[in-house]
Design a protein around this ligand. Structure first.
Ligand code: PMP
Length: 393
């Protein structure tokens, strides 16, 4: 039988992947042993050797989130899948959901909550600022939400949201606290249990330094009770925590097939979590803070300013840098890329106004900070050099 269409020519060439220093907003470079783990032989998704690896991953995630929550696992999908899973399990139609918006991630969460049929209310701050307890308490009193969403690391603006105290506040107002830590976990202190966070998720590809494609998530007792008391089924089968919790061995029932876990990605996540466990969270938090401080001092020498004017509001993992007047941001990132170094531009409300430098996981070292500063300086010089008929001087 002849086919209608011929095999594509491009697939007859070997795959080509250059090596780049990924100092943008993610993914970050993965360690060699993490990448190697991803190429180990496949196992079946219910083989005992694989379910043992899932159990290791669960414990690693509990450590990373600083929780003893049983309903802790990795969603098969990127950070967005974690966000969608959290929201669809917590929300029933017409629930009031309060979203803190100080960048693109609040906007995305509001969009997703809307699609779940929630009555979405927002509390906003300009790009570069975060929310105080007083801001949030006023909004909780006004809207009486069932769920509050905050992003600990607002990667589109390089802002860290304090979380300590917000869990207790939400408990007092009978609201569940959902926190996005995709751009902060491992780089900023986070204590799920101590801070009474009800649901948290992150992504594999930033500080954890594993390939994109898995999203650690954890549900605390109040969130579990909300799911158990739902009057309507969870809108998504794929993200249904009743199914996923069983598949990940979080209940006392035998594991049932729900979906085929991305086996190789789970191996890689295990090794990334092992790296974090071996280093220790406190050491990882310190390393990220020190790298960020070194970057900020280097930027000052180049007369470059972070977007967040308040030092305490600056995220350790991603620094947003104001693009100086008269500099074309795109020429700078293009030049940096020609040197095999990725520096990101802005996103959403910050597009065109900032660059973003990520110092995450393996990339939070003095050497890599110095390299990105060198490349940034050279790229700005190249982008602002006078142009002659022959091209740039
Ligand atoms: N939340 C935050 C704070 C993020 O920075 C990102 C990724 N930049 C996401 C969610 C979404 O993650 P992903 O791109 O892996 O879906």
């Amino acid at each position: 039988m002849a086919v209608d269409y011929q095999p594509p020519q491009c697939l007859s060439r070997p795959i080509e992947v250059p090596s780049k220093l990924l100092m943008g907003a993610g993914p970050s470079n993965a360690a060699e042993n993490v990448l190697k783990a991803g190429s180990l032989p496949l196992l079946g998704h219910l083989h005992t050797e694989f379910t043992q690896i899932m159990d290791d991953v669960k414990q690693g995630i509990q450590y990373a989130f600083q929780t003893t929550n049983t309903l802790t696992l990795a969603i098969s999908g990127t950070g967005h899948a974690g966000m969608e899973a959290a929201l669809c399990n917590l929300i029933e139609r017409n629930d009031v959901v309060l979203i803190g918006i100080n960048g693109i991630w609040g906007e995305r969460a509001a969009d997703m909550a809307n699609r779940q049929g929630a009555d979405v209310q927002t509390v906003t701050k300009v790009a570069g600022e975060n929310f105080s307890l007083a801001d949030i308490e006023a909004a909780l009193l006004q809207h009486k939400p069932a769920v509050l969403f905050l992003a600990q690391g607002e990667s589109s603006t390089g802002v860290v949201q304090p979380i300590e105290g917000f869990g207790a506040l939400c408990t007092k107002h009978n609201c569940l606290l959902l926190v996005d830590t995709v751009a902060s976990l491992g780089g900023e202190p986070f204590y799920m249990d101590r801070w009474q966070v009800d649901v948290v998720y992150t992504g594999s590809q930033k500080v954890l330094g594993a390939p994109p494609g898995t999203a650690p998530i954890s549900f605390g007792p109040r969130a579990v009770a909300k799911i158990a008391g739902r009057k309507t089924p969870i809108s998504s089968f794929y993200f249904d925590m009743n199914w996923l919790g069983n598949y990940w061995g979080c209940d006392s029932q035998p594991r049932k097939y729900h979906h085929t876990a991305p086996i190789s990605s789970i191996y890689a996540l295990r090794e990334a979590l092992a790296l974090l466990a071996n280093e220790g969270l406190e050491n990882s938090w310190n390393r990220h803070r020190q790298s960020r401080d070194r970057l900020i001092s280097g930027l000052a020498k180049l007369n470059l300013k972070p977007l967040a004017s308040e030092p305490a509001a600056r995220l350790t993992c991603i620094t947003a840098i104001q693009v100086p007047d008269g500099v074309d941001w795109k020429s700078v990132t293009t030049h940096a890329m020609s040197m095999r170094v990725e520096i990101a531009g802005g996103l959403g409300p910050t597009a065109g106004r900032i660059w973003r430098v990520g110092l995450m996981g393996q990339n939070a070292t003095d050497e890599r900070v110095d390299r990105v500063l060198e490349v940034l300086a050279e790229s700005i010089k190249s982008a602002t050099a006078p142009v002659t008929v022959m091209g740039r001087l």
